[in-house]
Design a protein. Structure first.
Length: 240
């Protein structure tokens, strides 16, 4: 499941890398692409790939933010899936390497419900990531591990994850419409905390983040996102 906003230059290569990686591993797949109000050539690139793979498209007329795209994409993916299927969420800017998917699925097969491609596992690397972003990721890891100790989780903020569909369905049943409450990047942290509350079992695999492959500037407002994520931590720790 790919949340997408103005990724015309990154999307074609990413589609190809996903296809090559999953075909090589003999993993059948379907892509759910959420076009969150793109204003560049993203819709054209998405349409051009329909002939190469099974592709479902969800479109927002205007940009609604990552949280809305994650909500729309995951709910559509759940609708299309069987209980024993797995949904993988990735960024659409080429920073997430599709080669990690096979390793994530191996962990799911061992009985875990959510597998995170983690920056804090041995063998991980971050290429082209600014130092201040790496520092903020480390700080977030420390804060959430202290406030919300969760077996198997060190990286609370990376959105590159594999979810067992049955675990997502349990979270939907428990939280209903409040499962997705935030429109910004902190939605990924909140979703993980709610899956924790729904009894999910977690694991991590190492990941190589390739920010050096991204075309165009990041859409994340780093310090605003950090402030909102810290606010989320306080709110959830207080049980609000």
């Amino acid at each position: 499941m790919l949340p997408i906003f103005n990724e015309e230059s990154n999307l074609g290569p990413l589609f190809e890398r996903i296809d090559v990686s999953l075909r090589k591993a003999a993993i059948p797949y379907r892509i759910v692409a959420v076009d969150d109000g793109s204003t560049d050539g993203t819709p054209r690139v998405i349409e051009s790939f329909r002939s190469q793979a099974s592709l479902e498209v969800v479109r927002h007329d205007v940009n609604q933010g990552l949280g809305a795209a994650i909500r729309s994409g995951l709910m559509e993916a759940v609708r299309l899936s069987a209980a024993d299927d797995v949904i993988v969420t990735m960024d659409a800017d080429e920073s997430h390497t599709p080669a990690s998917i096979a390793r994530m699925l191996d962990a799911i097969d061992k009985g875990f419900d959510v597998v995170i491609a983690s920056r804090f596992q041995e063998g991980s690397a971050c290429l082209g990531v600014p130092a201040h972003r790496q520092a903020l990721s480390v700080a977030a890891s420390v804060i959430f591990r202290v406030l919300f100790p969760t077996p198997g989780v060190r990286d609370f903020t990376c959105g590159y994850r594999a979810y067992r569909v049955s675990a997502l369905c349990r979270a939907v049943e428990k939280y209903g419409d409040s499962l997705f409450e935030f429109d910004g990047f902190q939605c990924m942290v909140d979703l993980l905390l709610k899956l924790r509350g729904a009894g999910a079992r977690f694991a991590e695999v190492p990941v190589v983040l390739r920010y050096d492959l991204k075309q165009g500037q990041s859409k994340m407002r780093v310090f605003e996102t950090a402030a909102r994520t810290l606010h989320l931590a306080v709110v959830r720790r207080l049980g609000l």
